[in-house]
Design a protein. Structure first.
Length: 228
């Protein structure tokens, strides 16, 4: 569960990125977060990961109010949130297996747990046959599926996907959507920030539209107009 209650974020230079934003996402939902560039989508993601902290209001993740977390507690928050980026952010010159295993190593998982879990998630994203391939040998769509596997490997309750199809052609983008929808059906909540109106409108889900730091639409199965 994610809940924003009257959240305001003002940066040190005086820019108000979010202005009294409130919404709630229940466990197991798949929600699109849309809006023009600069509308506040990235700020929402950064607040959830505690890369930024709010100016006022409250944010809950799995019933924990995260704005008051001590610095030492933030890594535990991030274990419950898997992050998927537009530009993949994979480790170069390493294998698919090692990229996914790294996410487990940083939280202290042992070798036995890694050897068991990594093949499970690679199978889930249909990359079992690529485990020993170098990242440079993969297509863009395959690299994004590695990124999804890495986000999924520590069993997060929420996947935050920031423009996950932004660098991909339509066919590959739809394949990534198939993967995300399959993960969602297994019970993982997904919040996907996107400009891709074609995807949003082809696969309608709950739609949140942000404009100038404010929520302007919250609609189940809503269609997205790029002018918004």
């Amino acid at each position: 569960m994610i809940e924003f209650i009257d959240v305001t974020l003002t940066y040190p230079n005086g820019t108000k990125a979010l202005d009294g934003l409130s919404f709630k996402i229940e466990r197991g939902e798949f929600v699109y977060l849309t809006g023009r560039s600069g509308a506040g989508k990235s700020s929402i993601m950064k607040l959830l990961m505690r890369e930024e902290n709010l100016t006022s209001g409250q944010i809950f993740v799995d019933s924990v109010e995260i704005s008051g977390l001590a610095r030492r507690e933030i890594p535990y928050l991030r274990r419950s949130l898997g992050m998927v980026y537009q530009d993949f952010k994979l480790l170069p010159k390493t294998t698919v297996f090692d990229n996914v295993a790294f996410a487990m190593q940083v939280v202290g998982a042992g070798g036995k747990a890694i050897r068991k879990r990594v093949p499970e998630v690679l199978d889930q994203v249909r990359l079992s046959n690529k485990a020993r391939c170098d990242i440079s040998e993969l297509s863009g769509g395959e690299q994004q599926r590695v990124s999804i596997a890495r986000a999924l490997v520590n069993r997060p309750t929420v996947i935050l996907a920031d423009e996950p199809t932004g660098n991909l052609d339509r066919i590959v983008a739809m394949d990534i959507m198939d993967t995300l929808e399959s993960i969602n059906k297994s019970g993982t909540t997904i919040l996907m920030a996107t400009h891709a109106a074609e995807i949003v409108n082809a696969r309608p889900k709950r739609l949140l539209v942000v404009d100038d730091g404010k929520l302007t639409r919250d609609e189940e199965g809503g269609l997205y107009n790029l002018d918004e």
